[in-house]
Design a protein. Structure first.
Lengths: 153, 321
């Protein structure tokens, strides 16, 4: 079935089965491989993207459910990594292996957009579904706090 | 649906059990995935003059260092670049990196000496030849009578943004690169062993891989695509969440394991209703999509289309991987 998705501000027409997870449409059909496959059951957060500004797990979201919505992936978060969350991530040096970091950054960006000065509890709640095998959690918390400062500067 | 809590520990356990461990080394998009077929000597992409296998210098003075080791978040790219740059005496801001070509290493009698990355031994064991590559590149123009990249054969304690000819105006690295590439030293220079003489090693520098990991451009094994690259989905995915009866039923049916090669072949995929029944084992035991028709089967088997080989039998429903 053919339908059009709005991905990073661009109209992308794809021909896939409607129940195809959006993750694979983004990666295989559109070629945006920054969004990663982790668990496939929406538990690890590696595939987190924004749909109409909300953080969502692309591996369990049927592509057809995203029609008419604004989809943002890590590639479309900013030009030149200029989003406050990306700047903070570089400044603090958050990633280790980096595999989960696209998802972490997208979840953090959704939080920072919603809350100007998130508390530790709010950060932990917002990031609870994003797992990191390298254990970069402490730097993630630091970077989110720094990103909220940068966003207000 | 009841929300399940998945701890980091259980996530690691589950992912290791399912995939034999995720492949987490990455490469940067400027470096092409290595190919198996015959190609030109290098599949790396730096444009400039190659001084040696590790170092390419552009006319504008940009120095590209080829990293023959894996970056898994341990800082391998950065530390290898620092080892070479220490001896090369090049301004750190002029350094770019890309991954070295494994095919070149194999074809040219292990040109990079060692390409494996293991056991926290990269810096400890590989620093002599990595620093030696930088020292050699630094000294070559001098040996050719054109001054040196460091202007002196004596170890330097600070970086240089350029080079100087003896009794002439300073020149850029780019201007020296061509001459340096042609020179063969009678004896390779010693590396700087005294930490007191190091201007770069031991100093904190931001990891070079991080900018690629915050914008989605870092490429991992799962992101690699090659000609005739097959992708299959695991039976039952993406509906891996189910009630006890459903899960038991899948176990009874012999839920196939993922191929060891990584998540790329184990990921849930679109439009393959037969699951693994839509796949077969390739020559090296890997999963490849089953295609209809003898011509397609022969193509997947790597044989000529004019002499089709019959498709192999379907993968056993029993877990074998």
């Amino acid at each position: 079935m053919q339908f059009t998705l709005n991905v990073n501000g661009k109209a992308e027409t794809v021909d896939v089965e409607p129940e195809t997870p959006l993750l694979w449409v983004l990666r295989d059909n559109i070629g945006l491989t920054g969004t990663k496959y982790g668990c496939g059951i929406a538990r690890c957060g590696a595939c987190t993207i924004h749909v109409d500004g909300q953080a969502m797990k692309a591996c369990q979201l049927p592509a057809s459910a995203a029609v008419g919505k604004r989809i943002t992936t890590i590639e479309g978060l900013s030009n030149n990594s200029s989003h406050p969350v990306q700047q903070a991530w570089v400044e603090i040096g958050v990633p280790q292996c980096g595999y989960c970091q696209s998802g972490q950054i997208m979840a953090a960006a959704a939080l920072v957009a919603k809350r100007k000065n998130p508390t530790l509890a709010e950060i932990e709640a917002a990031m609870a579904d994003n797992l990191c095998r390298c254990g970069t959690y402490q730097r993630i918390v630091q970077a989110i706090r720094r990103a909220s400062e940068l966003a207000q500067a | 649906m009841t929300k399940q809590i998945l701890s980091r520990r259980s996530f690691i356990r589950a992912s290791v059990a399912a995939g034999g461990g995720l492949m987490l080394g990455f490469h940067m998009p400027v470096a092409l995935a290595a190919s198996i077929g015959p190609r030109t000597q290098s599949t790396t992409t730096a444009v400039g003059i190659e001084i040696n296998a590790w170092i390419v210098i552009d006319k504008d003075g940009t120095v590209t260092l080829r990293i023959p080791h894996t970056e898994m978040g341990q800082g391998g790219i950065t530390s290898v670049a620092m080892l070479i740059a220490e001896e090369l005496n090049v301004d750190w801001s002029k350094i770019k990196t890309e991954f070295a070509d494994a095919n070149r290493h194999l074809r040219n009698n292990k040109e990079y000496k060692v390409m494996s990355t293991h056991g926290s031994q990269l810096v400890r064991l590989q620093h002599p030849h990595l620093m030696g590559a930088g020292a050699s590149a630094r000294e070559r123009p001098q040996a050719g009578g054109r001054g040196g990249m460091g202007a002196s054969t004596a170890p330097r304690s600070r970086p240089s943004s350029g080079c100087s000819r003896r009794a002439t105006a300073p020149a850029t690295y780019g201007e020296f690169a061509e001459a340096a590439a042609k020179v063969k030293l009678d004896k390779e220079p010693e590396i700087k062993k005294d930490p007191a003489t190091w201007w770069l090693l031991g100093k904190p520098r931001q990891r070079l891989d991080i900018p690629h990991k915050v914008n989605g451009s870092a490429q991992y094994a799962i992101d690699t695509r090659r000609a005739r690259h097959g992708l299959c989905r695991r039976e039952g995915e993406p509906g891996a969440v189910g009630n006890a009866e459903e899960l038991q039923l899948r176990r009874d049916q012999g839920s196939p394991r993922r191929h060891r090669g990584g998540a790329a072949q184990g990921g849930s995929r679109q439009a393959r209703p037969a699951g693994l029944a839509g796949c077969r084992r390739g020559r090296r035991g890997q999963l490849v999509p089953r295609q209809d028709g003898a011509r397609a089967a022969s193509r997947s088997n790597g044989t000529s289309a004019t002499a089709p080989r019959p498709a192999r039998p379907a993968i056993s429903r029993k877990a074998t991987g």
